[in-house]
Design a protein around this ligand. Sequence first.
Ligand code: UD1
Length: 421
Amino acid sequence: MDKLLIEGGTPLRGTVRISGAKNAALPILFATLLHDGPSRIHNLPRLADIRTTTVLLIELGVSVSTKEDRSAILDASGVHSVDAPYDLVRRMRASVLCLGPLLARFGRARVSLPGGCAIGTRPIDQHLRALEAMGADIDLKAGYIEARSPKGGRLTGGSFVFDLVTVGGTEQAMMAAALADGTVVLENCAREPEIGDLADALRSMGAQITGDGTSVITIEGVEKLGPMDHTVIADRIEAGTYMAAAALTHGDVLLMGARMEHLDAVISKMARAGVEVRREGDGLRVKHHGELHAVDLDTQPYPGFPTDMQAQFMALMTRATGSSTITEAVFENRFMHVPELTRMGADIRTRGNTAFVRGVPELSGASVMATDLRASATLVIAGLAARGTTEVRRIYHLDRGYESIEEKLSALGANVTRVSQ
Ligand code: UD1
């Protein structure tokens, strides 16, 4: 298993290109299953989760050809299986997103219940109930979801109100509804930019979708979809992570491709902490020197502060002047970074889903590891600002969601080395 060695203390300076958004690319890759022919996707990030997805799609019979320029052509005309086995689905929770497209196009699907990051129980009841509202018949048998459309034909129109805001549930329902026989109205939908990106990708195939970006999405099902041609948006969480790293190291970094309108909540908390973020050309410039101020935050569905930035912001708050209160309101059990940050000298106590962070004058390098993607990124950020050497172990989590992280950080002047074991 690879690890990263980080010699802390160098301010990050320079320019980093933000990759395509993992969380947009994953559902968009699965959406290619909806068309009986080729689709083209541009700006795919080079990540383990993208490879996991293409392996699953190939297993189902999709032919995948990836290009040097980060585009890929996926041809789903040869799909010969609607069965997504446990061995492939357990590697990544988002694999369950093949369910809606397979069911919509073939009238049936059998998909293993998912695995993924260890951040709480993460049920998929809302995905299944939304599909049932479109007439699907769903059974859970021996760890598998077995779904059928009415009489093995098309899903039907219907309406569904999500009990809670779910990104994956909204995406699953949108993809399934695209080929429904009738109109599907989804209420209390997630409004994340990745939902809008999936809607754009589906529209490029001829889907009739309105309301994405609001909490009510209406999909007029069509009988057939055509080829997709879509460019994935920039990854707002990767951008936010580099923002936190630049701020904590007192750096000055241009995030090329990052979009301010997707990062409002993060930028407003950064500003209150004393970090300067401004638009520059095709990206955002992040600068910080002097003191960081303590800021409180609660995670929320978009447009609130993203749960995927909670850990990284906490790293920032470990060095702030004063105390901050950070509440994780989206997932249970998403403080796995706390004991590791504490080992690096941070002063953090938790009670339930709230963390109380008291700023300390410095962090010190240590050997640390984390069990989820964003927690791992947080330890890297902390290591960049810490005195001495930090060893971040189990970095396969990082490789799931951050493209070439050690190369991008090294290009910004950081002293980071990957050690293969
Ligand atoms: C997606 C993102 C993940 C991000 C999360 C919240 C992808 C691949 N992953 O995950 O990075 O942290 O959104 O922004 O896009 N829930 C249920 N029942 C369901 C579905 C969800 O109770 O059927 C709960 C979850 O347990 C969680 C909350 O709803 O507490 C939000 O989860 P959801 O938005 O679905 O997250 P994901 O789509 O899995």
